[in-house]
Design a protein around this ligand. Structure first.
Ligand SMILES: *Cc1c(COP(=O)(O)O)cnc(C)c1O
Length: 496
């Protein structure tokens, strides 16, 4: 299997190169040059496999430059049972009728990013051995919350790697801040930036491309890499759980092998739902991929009209991981659905960076609509849906999952398409305790942990161990710096 760039499809690289580089030199994203296919019989065989075997079956077809032993090492290490609060790793829970929830938050940080970021460090260190042998990899992350913690947890104490995470002082929840500031591990560091997420992100990007800094790193036999969601090494682990969910639906007798399902995904950067699209192309019988957005509904508009326009108001919502106006992974979909037309993708991306918008051809837009449906949801609906989901079905969801459930309800109402459906649940309700409790009862007070306790008392739902454990953890990181001083901070944290 080889990979090419969405902006220059003459390029050919191995999966190890795609994963170590992260992004192509032309600014494009790496995509596989062909799509592996699984027959129904092969998918049927997954019914009896544990998650790790399902993962190996998928990864084997994409990471053909990895040996069987390397795959084994990566997958068994990443999805080790002790790190997940469910034996199934990503269990499917039936809530009511044809509504099934795929719980993707049983990992160490209680958000779905763990599904990919537990595996990425393994993929990256094995890849680096093949491509930049001997170098120490320095991962730089700018985060608005969930990614930073999941990346720290994934890379902690991984040999030959260091990880530095920057988060905006004003941009993360108290729980997210505490999760990061108490991070354990010998190769990790965390620093708050005075400013917002865009400040942190652009400063990190500037450091990545600064040749002086790169040279200084090279002297110490170090090299930068990125763990953000455009890395192929983050996308490929996500394909696995769509196969896994389908196999579980068959196992539970909710569908027969070969029956179609719909899939609903609460979407931000378009990584999770794109993995669902790959699974569909690979043979999982998915009828529609339903893209759920919060008030930042740029994707709803694009998927239904073909116009992408980020010149609009940005809303800060209670589902912050979906507060995004540039969904980077959409570029991969545009590439595939335009008949792998790299010059067309270049044109669209130039238009996006120069004018903040683009419009795709009628043909491409129709093509998109064949695979995707889309909807969005107001803040009020998010709260209402948490409440009704709990009161009617005794099932507690977080704010992101609530967006997906609300959009799913609308979809069924307007289309009458109520076939068995899998809804991705991307965070534990306890990660967003305050909003969740507020949705259930109006009068709430107290600090983060008092609210966690109150939510548990009210719902009788188990609190995940990692959140319980936070209470007693010592704060290790108190660094704060200005954007202009980030470079100095990187040197000082790396002791250069
Ligand atoms: C990152 C995240 C999302 C959005 O996923 P994308 O792959 O960026 O579309 C949704 N929910 C939660 C809780 C997340 O952390």
């Amino acid at each position: 299997m080889l990979y090419t760039s969405t902006r220059n499809n003459k390029i050919r690289v191995s999966s190890a190169q795609a994963i170590t580089k992260g992004i192509s030199d032309d600014g494009g994203l790496f995509v596989p040059v062909e799509t592996p296919h699984f027959t129904l019989e092969e998918i049927g065989k997954m019914v009896d496999m544990p998650y790790t075997e399902r993962a190996k079956a998928i990864l084997r077809t994409f990471l053909t430059d990895f040996t069987e032993k390397e795959l084994e090492y990566c997958v068994e290490g990443a999805y080790e049972k002790s790190k997940f609060s469910s034996e199934k790793i990503a269990p499917v829970v039936n809530v009511n009728g044809n509504e099934n929830i795929l719980e993707l938050w049983h990992g160490p940080t209680c958000a779905f990013k763990d599904m990919a970021l537990q595996l990425l460090p393994y993929l990256m260190t094995v890849s680096a051995k093949k491509t930049v042998d001997g170098k120490e990899i320095v991962i730089l992350v700018a985060t608005s919350g969930d990614t930073g913690k999941a990346a720290l947890e994934g890379f902690k104490n991984v040999d030959k790697t260091r990880i530095l995470v920057f988060y905006p002082v004003e941009g993360v929840s108290p729980m997210q801040k505490l999760q990061m500031d108490t991070q354990e591990g010998d190769n990790v560091a965390v620093c708050a930036i005075n400013g917002n997420f865009d400040d942190a992100q652009s400063a990190v990007k500037a450091i990545f491309t600064d040749s002086e800094i790169k040279a200084k790193l090279a002297e110490k036999n170090m090299t930068f890499s990125s763990a953000n969601s455009i890395n192929w090494g983050r996308l490929v682990p996500q394909i696995v759980y769509y196969f896994s969910a389908y196999a579980d639906m068959v196992e539970q007798g909710r569908i027969a092998l070969g029956d179609e399902i719909n899939v609903v995904v609460p979407t931000g950067n378009f990584g999770n739902i794109l993995a669902g699209y790959y699974a569909k192309e690979m043979g999982v019988p998915i009828k529609k991929l339903i893209c759920a957005s919060n008030s930042n509904n740029i994707l709803t508009d694009f998927l239904t009209t073909g116009d992408y326009d980020k010149n609009r108001e940005f809303y800060t919502t209670t589902s912050p991981s979906m507060d995004i106006l540039i969904s980077s992974n959409l570029e991969r979909l545009l590439y595939h659905l335009s008949g792998e037309n790299d010059s067309y993708v270049r044109e669209l991306m130039t238009s996006l960076s120069e004018t903040g918008k683009y419009t795709v051809t009628e043909e491409l837009s129709e093509n998109v609509k064949k695979h995707f449906a889309a909807g969005c949801c107001s803040e009020e609906r998010v709260f209402e849906t948490i409440k009704t989901q709990f009161e009617n079905y005794n099932y507690l969801i977080d704010t992101h999952t609530s967006v997906a459930v609300a959009v799913y309800n609308d979809y069924v109402k307007t289309t009458s398409d109520d076939i068995p459906t899998v809804i991705d649940s991307t965070a534990s309700p306890y990660k967003f305790s305050k909003s969740v409790l507020k949705a259930l009862k109006s009068d709430i007070s107290g600090d983060e942990f008092e609210i966690v306790d109150a939510l548990m008392e009210y719902t009788d739902v188990h609190v995940p161990e990692p959140i319980k454990a936070l209470r007693d953890k010592a704060v290790r990181f108190k660094n704060v710096c200005n954007r202009e001083d980030m470079c100095e901070m990187v040197f000082s944290l790396l002791k250069l």
